[in-house]
Design a protein around this ligand. Structure first.
Ligand code: NAD
Length: 314
């Protein structure tokens, strides 16, 4: 484990629940690394992730540091033959991904946690089975607390939070996004609204805000509009509910969870380490999401000018 902040701790707890043996932890805050190792009974701790990679022959590594170090740490780990569960956004910009050679890319599982979350998987299954007919568009809203402005000051909300919905839209529509028009408001940026045009001709929208009071719970909504119906997924403090045509009889529901899908993601990563499965999220998909986020940031900075999404070379 490299990166032991709020979400690194969640990874660690998920590894424990999955029965994995955690060989070593690292955080640039060496004291935090030491304390975390003691708390979880991990035999080694480091103040530098590369030192961990040099010293301990691990099978795989979770990189849960701040976004600015994702590419560098993934590169160092894959150069040493390790497989990496790399948190989103996998890079701060698509250009940064050029630092990762092809061999490195095939050793990275992007941590797009919602792809592993059962209700999101059910939503996609309903769509692909034709339950709502051909998809006409998707609208996604994701509201987070104001403290995100301080906690993630180095990452644009489109890249930090919007990336989930960018990826979900490409996954649910089965089509890459070619062009975006966006507005970004606030100083620092704290409200992002964007229209995304898919290669298939579908139009979708995302709204990401970091403006809720600090004690508020998440408020996420995802609506998929089909020719023959609408599917809606709501996630808030009371849990998650997936609705089809009837509000009284939802398709599925789940109790509140801190990190929906994280346990499934960690189990999938552990299976991938044993070569039991193909990665559920590809590097190319995560790279595409970063490129779309780049286009949103650029369109917002240019006052809503349409921006084409760059293709990331594979
Ligand atoms: N998928 C999700 O739903 C989800 C949710 C929260 C966070 N995340 C992702 O997880 C990552 C971490 O988020 P967080 O909320 O835990 O942030 P955080 O700031 O709480 O923790 C980051 C930790 O990484 C350490 N760190 C930073 N750079 C480092 C480096 N180069 N080497 C070693 N340690 C380093 C910091 O000291 C800190 O302890 C981010 O990329 C974020 O996008 C994903």
């Amino acid at each position: 484990m490299i990166g032991l902040g709020a979400f690194g701790r969640a990874h660690l707890q998920a590894y424990v629940r999955a029965g994995a043996r955690i060989a070593a932890v690292a955080d640039r805050d060496g004291g935090l690394a030491r304390r975390t190792a003691e708390e979880f009974g991990v035999p080694a701790s480091f103040a530098n992730g590369v030192d961990l990679l040099d010293a301990v022959p691990v099978d795989g590594v979770s990189v849960v540091t701040s976004a600015a170090s994702h590419v560098e740490l993934a590169r160092e780990a894959t150069l040493r033959g390790r497989k990496v569960l790399l948190e989103k956004p996998i890079a701060t910009t698509a250009a940064e991904l050029a630092l990762l050679p092809a061999a490195a890319r095939s050793r990275i599982l992007p941590g797009h946690v919602l792809r592993f979350e059962p209700l999101h998987q059910r939503l996609r299954a309903e769509i692909t089975s034709g339950r709502i007919g051909p998809v006409l568009g998707v609208a996604a809203g994701r509201s987070r607390t104001r403290d995100h402005q301080r906690l993630y000051a180095d990452v644009h909300p489109a890249r930090m939070t919007g990336i989930h919905d960018i990826d979900l839209i490409a996954w649910l529509t089965g089509s890459p996004i070619r062009r975006v028009v966006a507005s970004v408001e606030g100083d620092p940026a704290s409200l992002v609204q964007a229209h995304l045009f898919s290669a298939s001709g579908v139009g979708s929208s995302i709204r990401t805000s970091w403006l809720l009071p600090d004690d508020a719970a998440v408020e996420d909504e995802l609506e998929v509009y089909g020719q023959e119906g609408v599917a809606r997924l709501r996630v808030n403090s009371t849990g998650a509910v997936l609705y089809g045509q009837s509000r009284e009889r939802p398709w599925a529901s789940a109790p509140p969870a801190d990190a929906p899908g994280l346990d499934a993601e960690i189990v999938h990563f552990l299976r991938w380490l044993r070569d039991d499965v193909e990665p559920l999220v590809s590097f190319a998909e995560a790279a595409h999401a970063v490129a779309v986020a780049d286009a949103i940031v650029a369109s917002g900075a240019a006052g809503g000018t349409p921006i084409d999404v760059l293709e990331v070379p594979s």
